[in-house]
Design a binder for this molecule. Sequence first.
Ligand code: SF4
Length: 376
Amino acid sequence: METGSVALYIHIPFCRSRCTYCAFNTYAGREALIPAYGEALCTEIRAAPSAPAHTVYFGGGTPSMLPPDTLARILRCLREHFPLSPDVEVTLEANPGTVDPAYLRAARGLGVNRLSLGVQSVHPDELRLLGRRHTWEDAVGAVRAARAAGLENVNLDLIYGLPGQALSDWQETLEAALSLAPDHLSLYALTLEEGTPLQERVARGELPPPDDDAAAEMYEWAEARLAQAGYLHYELSNWARSERHLCRHNLTYWYNELYLGLGAGASSWWGGRRWTNARHPEEYIRRLAAGRSVAEEVEEIPLRLEMGETMMMGLRLVEGVSDARFRARFGVGLAEAFGAELARLVGQGLLEWDGRTARLTPRGRLLGNWVFREFV
Ligand code: SF4
């Protein structure tokens, strides 16, 4: 897609409190670090390789905890260092309850043109189970405030497959979300991450484990409902109101193209190497203040692995992986690179392969991880 251009990811590792299912690199009660963290980000930005960029994505954590002046400072540093394309997509992740109309107007004025809201559920008991601090009414307020601020690209994140969740509960959440006319929807099946409070409650037998069959039923129902509502299903977990609303930032990952991750724990893929930054914000700030590198876990990616990862990521897209595109990038076609794997997966009913495009079958979409393992 955007040849020679990178996607920029900025990690903001702060949250008001930890949700019960969360294993992201984020910290509660560390707001006092935010000003120093903003400065450290600018230091890292100035030392990064410079390349034209087509997206900026503030992810977290809770990026909407950044005061507008810190957000402005980081965006200024980015614009000074990276030639941003005139139509750059700038996403801010936010939690309902952390944004008000004035904040969103300020963010819009600074160039944010896409808002991603972690809404998760319409049900108060589910929000409590997940340890979310906000209510559904907060989510409604945040969407209204976003529209009033002129944000024309609003994503809602929802979670399904919760312990004890009935199909009808999920249907109510998705219907409520649709009533807000979002431009984009990301639907995630709950995964129990080791060491999280939710996983521990399930392990102690206080809650039933998530039921894979029930989650598959919820996914299939959502697919049909969103098709009926006119949404474009373009990636396993993602739907857009139109082509214009596809998430260009995440498409860069799914095409396995170049990205630079800035901030604590952020990962980059650039120059044949992948690396991840020091995870803890204090360590990240300390190293940058001392003029030291924050890159850790640097890994050379051999061509064969890059090909496999291109398959693994590309098959997440409903359009699948194009033979022509693969050949243009690697100089070999899919059949030469992965003939045996393709044949095996077609035989198992998980993949369609017509010599031009490889894509998951509906059954393959439910067993994606099984398919991806074949390539890496
Ligand atoms: S708001 Fe998001 S990043 Fe923060 S604790 Fe909750 S799930 Fe994790």
